[in-house]
Design a protein around this ligand. Structure first.
Ligand SMILES: *Cc1c(COP(=O)(O)O)cnc(C)c1O
Length: 398
């Protein structure tokens, strides 16, 4: 352990003075919960991704819940998704008393394998919930076509994918336009833009958008802005069950600043990912690649270790040098919360998902990461690989 070296985190939120100033503005305005800042954030977000409607909520998990409810997922339905994702993906399905039906990921990436979807469809399938894992767009073109063919709605878990792009009819479009029926975003600090916690739903459907706005605010018939602006006394009604899934104006003000900086943040991350790809090209790791039709925001840079290399040992070696990493994405079906028969169904073998969790690690990548920091990560990995490989094949390392 070299105590003199500063440590390198795996991620770091890109928050600064502008966000602090924005908070001051809201605090002094006297309106701190869902209000004008949320409305402004929504229209700016919609414009950024090219969506007709954007509705802000408390986080991406609540966004997923509302999205699934809007497309009609109810008790006893099935939703096709991946196990290889953050647990919130499948939890949102269970909040609807529906059953997550897991299929495996692609051989050459960490996203849902569209070739496995059709065989998993049953008369009870009510939605496909695809994930743009680690910010890398999944094969939406294929997924949306399957959805259309079977009249099954497609919901995108775009928690990690703000600023990512997909080639659509010859044009680069933002994830969240949306290309499925609804897309859901997260503003957790581990994502590319953050509001502390927060989420957003985008859709082309005015009817879905109306429902999101109703449900996020207890099912209340009158909006905050309407009541506040009215010269008459208004009494509200509650015609159906709603939730408190609101975003606050404090969060939205931060989000607006983050959104302004997003193009720069994504460009910076793409440069860091490119630098990793160049520097790590020859040491024997499997590196993430973009399909021809996708541009990732590189929310995470996930590398695969060669078969037989000890994942924990690599992570410990890096940690001993002050470098934080994380294990690759989890597998939901392996958690105790999914241990019972009625918690999920696996419609295919999940062997690629399991192998990805066992063999991948997420390397540090964050705003203002320096070349020196990136090279420290690369050098530590290079030396470890050289040492491990030389145990098997004596090599002269120059
Ligand atoms: C982070 C994440 C979520 C949950 O987002 P929250 O805003 O924390 O609720 C859901 N799905 C995926 C794939 C995620 O990475």
């Amino acid at each position: 352990m070299k105590a003199s070296m500063s440590s390198i985190p795996v991620a770091r939120p890109a928050l600064g003075e502008q966000e602090a100033e924005a908070l001051r503005r809201v605090i002094q305005s006297g309106w701190v919960t869902q209000g004008p800042e949320v409305a402004a954030f929504e229209s700016e977000f919609a414009a950024f991704v090219g969506a007709a409607h954007a509705c802000a909520v408390s986080n991406c998990t609540t966004a997923l819940h509302l999205a699934l409810k809007a497309v009609g997922v109810t008790a006893g339905d099935e939703v096709i998704t991946v196990s290889h994702s953050f647990i919130a993906t499948a939890n949102a399905i269970r909040y609807c008393d529906a059953l997550p039906v897991f299929i495996d990921i692609e051989a050459d990436g960490y996203n849902i394998d569209p070739n496995l979807i059709e065989a998993a469809i049953t008369p009870r399938t009510r939605a496909i919930l695809c994930v743009h894992q680690l910010g890398m767009p999944c094969d939406l073109r294929a997924i949306v076509e399957i959805g259309k063919r079977h009249s099954i709605p497609v919901v995108e878990d775009a928690a990690c994918a703000i600023g990512s792009e997909i080639l659509w009819d010859g044009q680069w479009e933002k994830i969240g336009k949306p290309h499925g029926d609804i897309a859901c975003f997260s503003f957790h600090p581990r994502k590319v833009v953050t509001t502390g916690d927060g989420g957003m739903l985008t859709t082309s459907s005015p009817e879905f958008d109306r429902k999101f706005r109703l449900w996020r605010q207890h099912g209340m018939s009158v909006t905050d802005a309407t009541r506040h602006g009215s010269k008459q006394v208004i009494f509200e009604d509650y015609d159906e069950l709603g939730y408190n899934y609101r975003m606050t104006d404090l969060q939205a003000a931060i989000g607006r600043e983050q959104l302004r900086r997003l193009p720069g943040l994504v460009q910076e991350r793409r440069q860091l990912a490119e630098a990793y790809r160049e520097q790590l090209s020859s040491i024997g790791l499997s590196l993430p690649t973009e399909p021809r039709w996708a541009r990732s925001n590189w929310q995470s840079f996930c590398v695969g270790l060669p078969p037989g290399m000890d994942q924990r040992a690599v992570m410990q070696m890096l940690l001993d040098q002050g470098i934080s990493t994380r294990r690759g994405i989890m597998n939901i079906h392996l958690e105790k919360a999914y241990g019972s028969q009625d918690s999920h169904r696996a419609a295919t073998r999940l062997s690629r998902s399991v192998s990805a969790q066992e063999r991948t690690i997420i390397l540090p990548l964050f705003s203002r990461m320096t070349d020196v920091e990136l090279l420290r990560v690369v050098e530590a990995l290079r030396q470890h690989f050289a040492a491990v490989m030389s145990e098997d094949y004596p090599l002269v390392i120059s």
